[in-house]
Design a protein around this ligand. Sequence first.
Ligand code: GLV
Ligand code: MN
Ligand code: MN
Length: 441
Amino acid sequence: MSGETPSEGSGRRREERAQPSAERVRSRARPETMSMGEKLMRRCDELAELSSDPDRLTRVYLSLEHARANELVSRWMVDAGMRTWCDAAGNQCGRIEGDRPGLPAVILASHVDTVPGAGKYDGMLGVVLAIEVVARLRTSGRPLPFAVEVVAFGDEEGTRFGAALLGSRAVAGTWDDEWWALRDADGISLADAFAGFGLDPGRVGEAARLPGELVAYLEAHIEQGPRLETADRALGVVSAIAGARRFVIDVVGEARHAGGTPYERRRDALVAASEVVVAIERLARDGAGIATVGHLSVEPGAVNVVPGRVEFSLDIRAESDDERDTLWAAIQATTAEVGHRRDVGFTSTQTHAAEAVRCADWLRDVVTAGIREAGDADPLVLFSPAGHDAMAMASVTDVGMLFVRCRDGISHHPDEEVRADDAAAAADALEAAVLALADQL
Ligand code: GLV
Ligand code: MN
Ligand code: MN
């Protein structure tokens, strides 16, 4: 295989070195006095301090906090012996060479953006584990038949612009120019946010990797569900990732006086939306997919006015794209029926779509081998209803994923919790998986 190495002066990526450490991000304990698990936890704690919200963790794509997270991650990468750069989409990258320079790379990655009010481990644990594994591989001195790269993707959640997986889609070469017009809640376009981050929207294509540059993609991530904990396992092998679609649904009725408007004259957008929200849960429970309305806003939002307009979000996932699309068709039939009966208009705008993705068999095998090496002779195989950067990367290379137990399956919440010994086991398993992968080539 021939590969292209990111090189100085190529214009392909902005090379950088970690900045001198800021007090804000300095480790407060000496790493050599910490156990491996504690070191990994501490790094997640440090990343969690970089929030736009003083009371909870929120860090969105191309924000000041994203830049600070990149700076911190870059410093860890440099400490692990990596050459670092920020790519043309704002993803923080690092690389060590294999047994000769310029070989195709195994990418170890996850994301550093968060949902509003996030926990400390969704995405971040995978980045921290990847850097730790590279540090170990480098100090072991064992020659590898590939380079190893770590990527801290800047957008997986889609919190800021609605469209998700923007960082990994840039790297996978599946960027969609229609996204430039997307705006955040403050009206800032994605193109302006790029410029504000010091990126040139016209060069986003330079973040894309070619299949020949890559050997495989591996991602470690918290499970975000309770199955590992229920089975009393620290780690699991991911078989496949759910397909997803997200929409914004606009409901238009008529705002009128809450006292003077008889019921038969009302076109109440909130009651219509509420009927649909309840039906969405029923349709999903009765069918094969999962559907969630996570955000809803009401206009004019006054105590004495019949709601004239509602906007709500819809997130649909399913193990197969057919199941996902069947559920969406049933939801659309419901909006049509409720809209007709209540004389309100429903219009939907799709903001995100991702196909269901199977993890490659050979990478399931290397992840299984890694988990066995970490002490679990018969690793649990899990399907992922949550979305991951691996979904985007599957369009450019084979992907594999390792899941790590999280307490009570809680995620997308400040109570997200991972055991330090599980994190240490995940580092062992991910390192062993990379070595198993090397043995396969
Ligand atoms: C990502 O966390 C998702 O929404 O699945
Ligand atoms: Mn998430
Ligand atoms: Mn995630």
